[in-house]
Every structure is written in structure tokens, then in C-alpha cells.
Design a protein around this ligand. Structure first.
Ligand code: 2HA
Ligand code: ZN
Length: 271
């Protein structure tokens, strides 16, 4: 099979995420809203339609490359037809069907409800720019969700303090949700609500959900949140109260220099 470039890049992201240690066993999932031309070369064969709970009108007729349920990201490179698939949405956004891949009776990721709802919200709020939704299990940010309060303002500010890259890459901040049963409509609903405001949502004691415009920016966002978290875990392992920390004025100066719109709610006085 000649692999279209979209699939090659999708596979590379799965492999890279695996090598980062974010996709143990069946952990994590990725969806990409691809233009039909980007899928040229794949032989489509429609399977049965599967209705979704709530109509997603703005996704009508869209195609998504998706990871499979119970599959291993690591295998995307050697068995793409089994590990990955392409799904098509029907004409009114009420059902999907597999048109390529997910061979051997496979199905799309167990987190499909959250992926489709977030794809719908992000398509709406970014004027169609965002095409990626990515879920992973990076260890450091998960560890922090046992220690920090489940609170958007506190998580955002703690991570922004870790390195300038954090505020630059997620200037809108991040949302945090308490532990919930994975794969449910409930986690999907609450995640897509947060996605109206943020590009990053943490599922406490589980993993991260991010959305972005390109392969690079989406992977980079996951990487940056986890890198900031790693620095925080290391810091808290050495000392319980940080000795020197960038303050509100430092963030304001950086926002000015880099034309960042950092919401006031994250710039509270701490000390
Ligand atoms: O098994 O990560 O959240 C895939 C998951 C579910
Ligand atoms: Zn997960």
C-alpha cells in the first residue's frame, strides 16, 4: 500500500508518542480531521453506520483518521491497516462508519465520543483551523493530579512558572477535570465544555486531552505540558516551597514582549 502523507505523519506521531512513554499498552488515542484529498490512495469500503448520541452537525461529511480501540500505538508503523482506520461522518452528522483500516473487526478508539465532540467544538471556535485531538498518559502531569488541587488556575500558574515555553504554548491556560470513568458521554461533555476555553484538559489520575492545528503544534502542546510537569515534579521532590519563582510582573512583561493574551485569572498574587 502506498501511504498518503497524512497517514505517514499520523503514524510518526503515534510512534513518537509511544517512544515518549505516553502510550503504554492500549493507552492514548489520536484523531485527525483530514480533507478527502489527503486520503487519496487508500481504498475505501464502507462498513455499517453507527449512530452517535448527539448530532454533530458541523462534522457532517467529514473524514477522520483514528486510532483503534484496544490497539497499540507502537504497532501503527508495522500494521497501519489493523491499528488505525478512517471513519466518515454521514450527511447530517448523526452517525459514522469505517471506510478504511481497523481490519480484523476493529473499531475506533474507546474515547471516540470525546474526540468527536472536541473536534466539533474546535472546528466551530477556530473557524475550521484545528484538526487534531490527542489523548495520552504522560506520567508527570498525572502524578501532579494527585498532589495539586483540581483547579484550572492553580495548575495553569504552576506550569507557567516552570519555563517560559509553557505560557507561550498554552497562553489560554489549561482545564482540569476530576477522575471520571473513561470513554463515557459524561467525560466527553465536560471535556468539550472546557475545550471552548482551552486547548488542554487534564483528566485527573488519568491523562491529558489536547487539541491543535497541525501535527507539530498538537504533539508540541502535549510535550510542553508534560515537560513543565516534569520540572515541577523534580522541583517538589527537592524542596516543598520554591525559593525563587517568576512573578506576576514577569508574566506581564513576557506577555508584552511576545504579544500573549494571558488571562488575568491566572495572574493572581501568590506570595
Ligand atoms: O485505552 O487511553 O482513555 C485508551 C485510553 C482510554
Ligand atoms: Zn486514557
Amino acid at each position: 500500500m502506498e501511504r498518503p502523507e497524512s497517514l505517514v505523519k499520523f503514524i510518526r506521531m503515534c510512534s513518537d508518542g509511544y517512544l515518549m512513554g505516553w502510550h503504554e499498552c492500549h493507552g492514548g488515542n489520536l484523531t485527525y480531521r483530514a480533507a478527502k484529498e489527503e486520503l487519496a490512495g487508500l481504498e475505501f469500503k464502507g462498513r455499517e453506520w453507527v449512530p452517535i448520541e448527539k448530532q454533530l452537525e458541523n462534522l457532517a461529511g467529514e473524514y477522520f483518521i483514528v486510532t483503534g480501540s484496544g490497539k497499540t500505538m507502537r504497532n501503527a508503523e508495522i500494521y497501519p491497516e489493523d491499528t488505525l482506520g478512517v471513519i466518515e461522518m454521514n450527511e447530517d452528522g448523526t452517525a459514522w462508519r469505517i471506510v478504511w483500516g481497523l481490519e480484523n473487526n476493529g473499531g475506533p478508539t474507546s474515547e471516540l465520543p470525546a474526540h468527536l465532540m472536541c473536534q466539533s467544538v474546535k472546528k466551530e471556535t477556530t473557524n475550521g483551523k484545528y484538526r487534531f485531538v490527542y489523548h495520552a498518559h504522560p506520567a508527570n502531569v498525572i502524578a501532579l493530579s494527585f498532589v495539586l488541587p483540581i483547579n484550572d488556575e492553580i495548575f495553569t500558574r504552576e506550569l507557567w512558572e516552570m519555563e517560559p515555553e509553557c505560557a507561550m504554548i498554552f497562553p489560554a491556560g489549561m482545564g482540569v477535570l476530576p477522575w471520571m470513568v473513561p470513554g463515557t458521554e459524561e467525560i466527553a461533555e465536560l471535556t468539550c465544555e472546557k475545550m471552548r476555553e482551552y486547548d488542554v484538559v487534564l483528566w485527573a489520575q488519568h491523562g491529558l486531552f489536547v487539541s491543535g492545528e497541525t501535527f507539530d503544534s498538537t504533539f508540541g502542546l502535549m510535550n510542553t505540558v508534560e515537560k513543565g510537569s516534569e520540572i515541577l515534579v523534580k522541583t517538589l521532590s527537592m524542596i516543598s516551597i520554591k525559593r525563587q519563582v517568576p512573578g506576576v510582573q514577569n508574566f506581564k512583561d513576557m506577555a508584552k514582549a511576545f504579544h500573549l493574551d494571558l488571562p488575568d485569572k491566572f495572574l493572581f498574587e501568590k506570595y
